[in-house]
Design a protein around this ligand. Structure first.
Ligand SMILES: N[C@@H](CCC(=O)N[C@@H](CS)C(=O)NCC(=O)O)C(=O)O
Length: 209
């Protein structure tokens, strides 16, 4: 088994944090996104979407989605449980992760990728060269601001995103805050529940991954 990783990108960091929480180590291959290594013929053969992370299994199969990788690891290493103990918890965690990805990660990426110099033809990850649209950067900023308000409201009466236990939803949300900081979209200080939660999850040793 091999994990294709990249130190600068938010997506593989979600898997690294997940592995750190599990105490699992997997041999990694570094993919230099800035040098365009995701477009080499060998990487494209592994993942035609040209994205990281990818978990290459011993069978040769490539798992190319963060949550699918996490699910696979959770099944191999059930403890500590990060994806829910009961059918209800698992369903709710899935809902939250999808909302975090859609309302959070995709909003921040929309703002970041449509405004960052050097990504002019890279407005979306993947093999297609797509031009930046400045109006989408603006829309992404607005969406990200709403996302943080919504996350703050959820954390007002939940210790963690999905309730009393730290889960993969917290990992995903933690990465949105750090990604937002990089895109200069820091959540405002008055979102005190978000701030309390962030202080806790960011100080876990796994957050360094
Ligand atoms: N399908 C993937 C998408 C992951 C993704 O978008 N990865 C980004 C890094 S955060 C990437 O590989 N980008 C390559 C590029 O920008 O060319 C997932 O697991 O959600």
């Amino acid at each position: 088994m091999k994990l294709y990783d990249s130190p600068t990108a938010p997506s593989p960091r979600r898997v690294r944090i997940f592995l750190a929480e599990k105490g699992v180590t997997i041999p990694t291959v570094q993919v230099d996104l800035r040098a365009g290594e995701q477009f080499t013929p060998s990487f494209r053969a592994l993942n035609p979407q040209c994205t990281v992370p990818v978990l290459e299994l011993d069978s040769g199969a490539a798992v190319t989605d963060i949550i699918a990788i996490c699910r696979y690891i959770e099944e191999l290493h059930p403890e500590p449980v990060l994806m829910g103990r009961t059918p209800e918890q698992r369903a709710l965690i899935d809902c939250w992760v999808r909302r975090i990805e859609w309302d959070g990660i995709s909003a921040i990426a929309e703002a970041f990728r449509n405004s960052t110099p050097g990504l002019e033809q890279r407005a979306l990850p993947g093999p297609l060269p797509l031009a930046q649209i400045p109006a989408l950067a603006e829309r992404g900023r607005l969406r990200a601001a709403h996302y943080f308000e919504w996350l703050d409201a959820q954390l007002a009466d939940h210790a963690f995103v999905c309730g009393p236990e730290f889960t993969v939803a917290d990992i995903s949300a933690l990465v949105t805050v750090d990604f937002a900081r990089r895109a200069k979209l820091d959540p405002p200080d008055h979102l005190r529940h978000l701030k309390r939660w962030y202080g806790e999850v960011a100080s876990r040793p796994s957050a360094k991954a």
